[in-house]
Design a protein around this ligand. Sequence first.
Ligand code: SAM
Length: 418
Amino acid sequence: MSDDSWSVAADLVSSFLKKPARMSHLQERIPSRWEPGRRRACQSLLFGTVRHLRLLEKALDEFLRKRPKPGLWSCLLVASRELMEQPERSAKIVHNAVSQIGGRYSKAEKGLANAVLRKVAKRLPELLAMEVSSPEDLAWRYSHPQWLVSRWLEQMGLEATRAFLRWNQSEAGVFARWQGEPDVLPELTPLEERPGFFSLESGAWEKISSYIEAGRLYVQNPAASIAPRLLVESVRVGRFLDLCAAPGGKSLLMEKLAGAGVDEIVSVDLAGPRYQKMVGNFERYEAKRIKPLAADVFELSAESRGLFDGVLLDAPCSNSGVLQHKIDARWRQTPESLRSIVSLQGKLLAAASKLVKPGGSLVYSTCSIDDEENAGVVDAFLQSEAGTCFMLERSERSLPWRDRMDGAGVFLLRKRLA
Ligand SMILES: C[S@@+](CC[C@H](N)C(=O)[O-])C[C@H]1O[C@@H](n2cnc3c(N)ncnc32)[C@H](O)[C@@H]1O
């Protein structure tokens, strides 16, 4: 690894520790003038360190009386991540890290780093081999907040929780589908079990980016197709409404799947950069039936917009089904924020239900595997006054460790005719 990609990774880890920013924001700070291989190496070190943070911290803490200042701490974490990934290169990794640290800090700190990293190199394989089962141990071993681990243990039991944690810690794949005319590209392997979707060979991004820019290929996880498919299969004609639509992936898929009987798809999100990105996507992919609308779901009314034959509500959620690639999201949730998300989801579903025609469909979806955000919200809605004229027709769930794609909960509700 080149010296500057190592030290930029250490600086970005340090920024993350100060404030768990979105990884996409940190990634933007990797110099764009670097050649792709160097950028990838820096990014992989940054992501690997953040993904395994608690495990790396535990390994280091065992050999330190107290944690050193933040800059040095980040260097130790980055070096430990390298040791975890390539134990066979431990002598070289320690040598490189110690010389980087020597260039930045005092002689004593260099000595400390040397001693600690040598011990960590031996300890990490032992920690990785441990078969753990308590919430405390699972939390450090798989680097997740303990309250989330406890919650999942309660909802799904030990085996599923462990499989889920392992999944979240594995490298995320990149998936795509053709929105425009398909082509045959060697970098894209068709997913047999998810027709229409392809997995992208790692490192092939540069080769496919021109297809994305040309509005032909759209990067999307196969789990994102469940909700659009359920809606399109349940309603063949009329008008669709996609609430909470930005950046527009599900609207685009509805546009592709919907037959000629569907006249328009109104795609709503709050005004702002995400909305602008969605509008740009619709233009780039030449989605002629989609009409973007900057609006708050709570301010839409049947009087001003009419009623819709099919409504999709892809609600904001805790992101628990996408933690494999949104590796920072686990650290941004708290029990309180989860409670307020569930409450918002319930209110959004009630508001969405007012825009459905009698006999029409309402699809509620999240990219969470959490019961409360999925069945919990839908059950509470069906028991509420707004929900009395709806019935649950179908539901699908994607569990990442079972289905090898993002997690999702999708519920198809039908509004009674009278
Ligand atoms: C899960 S994301 C949507 C992803 C999108 N459906 C896709 O597939 O590309 C949730 C979206 O809900 C939007 N949102 C949250 N509250 C809203 C509200 N009150 N009105 C409209 N949009 C809202 C957020 O801006 C965010 O873009």
